[in-house]
Design a protein around this ligand. Structure first.
Ligand code: SF4
Ligand code: FES
Length: 246
């Protein structure tokens, strides 16, 4: 495939940034999107040009590091996959592809397609953990019976990889799908109930302080989420928050 790429270039946080056009040729439909970006970067390096900065790590849909707004959609046109799992067979020879960073006030651009997502880490630090006595008398987690239905729901919520696509897809840059998933994975288990009240209050407070907007009830986050995190997690977080506030 031969493709035209229109890519956001921004040398640093204070640069205004602009779209720059590139051409790539002989791209295999079996390549991943990031491998296609590698091909472009190799050609830029060969010409002594600055390669395009983009985030990636595991390249197998686990770490949540990769991002990219592709043709107006976080993680591109496929469903239930991250950018690193997106294949070039989703595009056609001759296509023009627009590639931009996540756009949200709480995710400032560091360079090109790399944004600062440490706001998510600060929200996690505010409560996404349980306190366990590790003195040697710790109870084996498997000794606590948990209904399979609850365990399954908790596992579904725990599938969130913290990529930020939910924020990037939301017209209000809301992080409620992410925070809802993190609150839910603990709220559904007995181990998580002990600190449930402080957890939801502290995580929601941190979310607001970081500058994320409120939920718009549009549902774009659920559609674009590569891990199919359900909107039910936002409803559960809202119930937890209401109970904790009272
Ligand atoms: S809820 Fe989905 S889109 Fe949002 S951070 Fe988690 S995995 Fe990414
Ligand atoms: S690089 Fe790890 S999820 Fe894409």
């Amino acid at each position: 495939m031969n493709l035209t790429l229109k890519i956001w270039r921004q040398s640093g946080p204070n640069d205004k940034g602009r779209m720059v056009e590139y051409k790539v040729t002989d791209i295999s439909e079996h390549m991943s999107f990031l491998e296609m970006m590698d091909v472009l970067n190799e050609s830029l390096v060969a010409k002594n040009d600055d390669p395009i900065a983009f985030d990636h790590d595991c390249r197998e849909g686990i770490c949540g590091t990769c991002s990219l707004h592709i043709n107006g959609e976080p993680h591109g046109p496929d469903r239930g996959v991250t950018t690193c799992q997106l294949h070039m067979r989703m595009f056609n020879d001759g296509d023009t592809i627009y590639i931009e960073p996540w756009r949200a006030k709480a995710f400032p651009v560091i360079k090109d397609l790399v944004v600062d997502r440490t706001a998510f880490e600060r929200i996690q630090q505010a409560g996404a953990y349980i306190s366990v006595n590790t003195s040697g008398n710790t109870q084996d987690a498997n000794a606590i019976p948990i209904p399979k239905y609850d365990a399954d729901l908790s596992m579904d919520a725990a599938a969130c990889i913290g990529c930020g696509a939910c924020v990037a897809s939301c017209k209000n840059s809301s992080a409620m799908l992410f925070v809802g998933a993190k609150v839910s994975q603990f709220a559904l288990l007995p181990q998580g109930r002990i600190e449930a009240r402080e957890r939801v209050l502290n995580m929601v407070k941190q979310m607001d302080e970081e500058g994320f907007g409120n939920c718009t009830n549009t549902g774009a986050c659920e559609i674009e989420c590569p891990k199919n995190i359900s909107l039910e997690n936002i409803a559960r977080m809202n119930r937890e928050f209401l109970k904790a506030s009272i």
